[in-house]
Design a protein around this ligand. Structure first.
Ligand SMILES: Cc1ncc(C[n+]2csc(CCOP(=O)(O)OP(=O)(O)O)c2C)c(N)n1
Ligand SMILES: [Mg+2]
Length: 546
């Protein structure tokens, strides 16, 4: 068998459904083998977008998403996506080509040491030097990419190796279960929760990676302990739940931090330091129980006193089985915070000002998106508004990146969500800066006949940085740009383009887009003039009075 055929068989053996990417001449044997497989090639217009799609496929399914590029420039284009998957805990396997390694007549043309380049960005990076190693190296790449904490893995398949004859069989994954927490650690956690007066649950990214939703909800309801979410922990437990207090979109000085400040114990389910801190620990401050698949990396802002390490759902189940609800638990202050959060979240949601205000925009998007639908966010100031104001009802229905926090992933991740969940409504929400970093994928989406809505928030600027600039007392300088006519831009791809002309028209326009097949781009002018007043001042002042 040709080694590239064996490579594709090894991918089939891992259950791979899609390979996202752009082949180069060094991948042509692999591409030819792929053409005879059930695995679908999703040809993209930039390798970075292919990487974002593969990572999001991994994020949604728990199975590594696969992306493909050529050597040199194709592989260097995968760098940001590798970091996105690695920091975000998303399983992804990257396959890159290379010139022949045994003998080559091309000098150093296009040759970069990709294996070394990928080292700080991956859990595993390896050059395949013999066809017979393919089964074990592919299995190892998938094992490491998928095992907690998930991340990126990289395999380089040189041209001459891909063409070799080989006779190895593929290797099946072993039958195994994730390790579970040991009883004494669970007992210590239970005792600490029972002795606390104001325990609070925090739900973070890892809880969104596996099936933890059911057990966690049961635990919260059995004990009646209120919960808050991190940006990447949204939706694990329904945020419309009466015990939901709010999201830690801001790191401090929001209403939700009044609850965190009052808590004497935080039961931290699935958060780790890769996310922007939802709160800051300090010496002599609140105690934290870290419940996660892996132990906590110690950091000046995070040094939990207790750890329950193992499968999260199992740990929560063990705690739930043995914990006794305590009469001295006092959640009255938390519920006061909830009231303040809810009334602040309702402010401005019916504001008919045009251009649209962020509060109104988020509320309108929530109105048109059914509970199980998915929004994917690019990176900009609106991410804070969505994390804070948009209530997620189901796991992984708000896909945002609070780890690498890169721009450019909004559209590709929506496309991956579309492929994984063809029956759900999917909307990408992007700034005019981030959208144009991967807008070429509109062509891919149209070619694949996707039903997809892209909501483009236009302030003709890198708004997030302008907000920070103003917050830091700097003059407004250097962050405004011009834009193409987005309606014509969409149409030039064969997509539908719209421009929002009034606040009243916005909801019906989004509904019409969701009803009509095809790719839709909505150019929505936004009014960010109050970002600084609300996010930097008003929230701080009002919450300090609580
Ligand atoms: C690839 C990348 N480059 C730069 C940044 C820094 N950055 C964060 S948000 C932002 C501005 C985003 O602008 P836009 O997409 O228009 O969204 P807005 O904040 O204006 O709504 C920038 C430059 C980043 N996070 N990622
Ligand atoms: Mg912008």
């Amino acid at each position: 068998m040709k080694a590239s055929d064996l490579f594709v068989k090894a991918l089939e053996n891992e259950g791979v459904e899609f390979v996202f990417g752009i082949p180069g001449e060094e991948n042509l044997d692999f591409l030819n083998s792929l053409s005879r497989s059930q695995i679908r090639l999703i040809l993209t217009r930039h390798e970075q977008a292919a990487g974002f799609m593969a990572a999001t496929y991994g994020r949604l399914t728990g199975k590594a998403g696969v992306c493909l590029s050529t050597l040199g420039p194709g592989a260097t284009n995968l760098v940001t996506a590798a970091a996105y998957a690695q920091l975000g805990g998303m399983p992804m396997v990257m396959i890159t080509g290379q010139k022949p390694v045994k003998s080559s007549k091309q000098g150093q043309f296009q040759i970069v040491d990709i294996v070394d380049m990928m080292r700080p960005l991956t859990k595993y990076t390896h050059q395949i030097v013999s066809g017979s190693n393919i089964p074990s190296r592919v299995r190892e790449a998938f094992r490491l990419a998928q095992e907690e904490r998930p991340g990126a893995a990289h395999l380089e398949l040189p041209e001459d190796i891909a063409r070799e004859e080989t006779h190895e069989p593929v290797l099946k994954a072993s039958v195994s279960r994730r390790p579970t927490a040991e009883t004494k650690g669970v007992t210590a956690a239970i005792e600490r929760i029972q002795s606390a007066t104001h325990p609070l649950v925090l739900v973070g990214a890892a809880a969104n990676r596996r099936l933890t939703s059911h057990m966690l909800r049961q635990f919260i309801e059995c004990c009646g302990i209120p919960f808050v979410t991190t940006q990447m922990g949204k939706g694990v437990v329904d945020e419309t739940h009466p015990l939901f207090l709010g999201n830690t979109a801001l790191s401090s000085h929001d209403f939700v931090h009044c609850a965190i400040d009052c808590a004497d114990l935080i039961i931290n389910v699935g958060h780790d330091v890769i996310e922007k801190p939802p709160f800051f620990m300090s010496t002599g401050g609140v105690d934290v129980i870290h419940i996660n698949f892996f132990s906590a990396s110690v950091d000046p802002v995070y040094f939990p006193q207790f750890e329950v390490i193992g499968d999260i759902a199992n740990s929560v189940w063990q705690i739930c089985e043995r914990i006794v609800k305590q009469p001295h638990w006092d959640f009255s202050r938390f519920m006061q915070v909830k009231q303040a959060v809810e009334s602040h979240l309702n402010e401005g949601i019916q504001d008919n000002r045009f251009p649209l205000t962020p509060q109104c925009l988020v509320a309108d998007v929530r109105k048109v998106m059914p509970e199980e639908s998915i929004i994917t966010l690019d990176n900009g100031i609106y991410k804070i508004w969505f994390a804070r104001n948009y209530k997620a009802c189901h796991p992984n229905t708000v896909l945002l990146d609070n780890a690498l926090a890169t721009m450019g992933a909004g559209l590709p991740s929506a496309m991956a969500a579309r492929l994984v969940y063809p029956e759900r409504k999917v909307m990408a929400i992007c700034g005019d800066g981030g959208f144009l970093m991967n807008s070429q994928e509109m062509e891919t989406a149209v070619r694949l006949k996707m039903n997809l809505v892209v909501l483009l928030l236009r302030d003709n600027a890198y708004g997030m940085i302008r907000w920070k600039q103003s917050n830091m007392g700097f003059d407004d300088y250097g962050l405004e740009f011009g834009n193409p006519d987005f309606v014509k831009y969409a149409e030039s791809y064969g997509a539908h383009g719209y421009r929002v002309e009034s606040a009243e028209q916005f909801v019906s326009l989004m509904e019409e887009c969701h009803r009509t097949p095809g790719v839709h781009l909505i150019d929505a002018p936004v009014d960010y003039s109050e970002n600084d007043r609300i996010l930097n001042h008003e929230i701080k002042e009002k919450s300090s009075l609580l």
